[in-house]
Structure formats: C-alpha cells, structure tokens
Design a protein. Structure first.
Length: 164
C-alpha cells in the first residue's frame, strides 16, 4: 500500500486477486494431476484445437501471456504425462506444434468443468458468470490488460556512467 492511501492500492488488490485465483485453481486441478500453469496451457490449447488450430509453442505462449521458455518446459512435462503431443511444424522446422492427446482432452474437459465451478464461486458477489457486473468487470480487466507496460528507468539508473 502507498503512503497516505486510506486503503489498498489497485495494484495491491490485483496482485492479491491473482494470487488467490492461482492458489484456488492449483488446489482445484491438483487431483487431475495439473498445476494452474499447466491448466492454463491445456485449457487454451483445448479451445484453440476446437477452433481448428494446431498452435506452435510460440503461438500458445502469446495466447496465454506466458514466456515461451516456460511454455516449452510445461509442454515437455505435459507430454511426459501423456496429455499433449509435440511435433515439428512441417512449414517451419524450428517451430514445435502442440496438440492434446485423447487423454489430454478428457482431463482438460474435467479441469475446465472444475475451474468453471470455481469461477462461478468467485464471481457470485458480482451476480455470477452471466451477470452484467461480471461483464463490466471483464471489460475493465481487458482494458487494463491491453495497456502495454514498459519498465521505467529511474533517474539513478539512467544517469549511471555519465558525467554531469
């Protein structure tokens, strides 16, 4: 919280909500052998496959907002668990395409159902998943996520190595 602020800052609240959600999803999908990050990957892959895509690891990283190296690590673990298949892209030998296995699709459908229930619980104070307050909240979050952020350089860092 900032000095002089009567309550928590928006940044603090976003951080707390993100952590609360991550922990809740981790606990909810653990019985299915998934972590929150793995769930994010398989659920996104599931949606993309249903839309007819067979995305590359890079495309999935861009879609989820996860680092490409982290997606690669998650994909290897999910492949070892028999949930996804990784294959070279015939159009680009440097790229790796991902697809859910049959088992991966079944586990993902179960995980999506569990997380949807959890999401309903989280959004109940706003009226639930289909409420107008939830739609407005989603619009606001989307607006904030669409803002590009670049790290600022403090005066001390920007003047290092220069003479006055």
């Amino acid at each position: 919280m900032s000095k002089g602020s009567p309550g928590p800052t928006p940044g603090f609240l976003v951080w707390r909500l993100a952590n609360k959600w991550r922990v809740a999803v981790d606990r909810a999908v653990a019985p299915l052998g998934l972590t929150h990050a793995q769930y994010s990957l398989v659920a996104s892959l599931y949606g993309m496959q249903r839309a007819g895509e067979r995305p590359s690891q890079r495309r999935l990283a861009d879609h989820t907002g996860l680092e490409a190296l982290y997606v690669s690590k998650l994909a290897r673990a999910l492949e070892s668990a028999g949930l996804i298949e990784r294959a070279r892209d015939p159009r680009d030998p440097r790229a790796v395409q991902l697809a859910l296995t049959e088992r991966g699709q079944a586990v993902t459908r179960q995980a999506v159902a569990v997380v949807q229930e959890l999401l309903q619980q989280l959004l109940e104070p706003l009226g639930g998943l289909d409420a107008s307050r939830t739609r407005a909240f989603t619009d606001e979050l989307t607006t904030l996520l669409d803002v590009p952020l670049t790290p600022s350089v403090s005066n001390d860092e920007s003047t290092q190595g220069t003479t006055p």
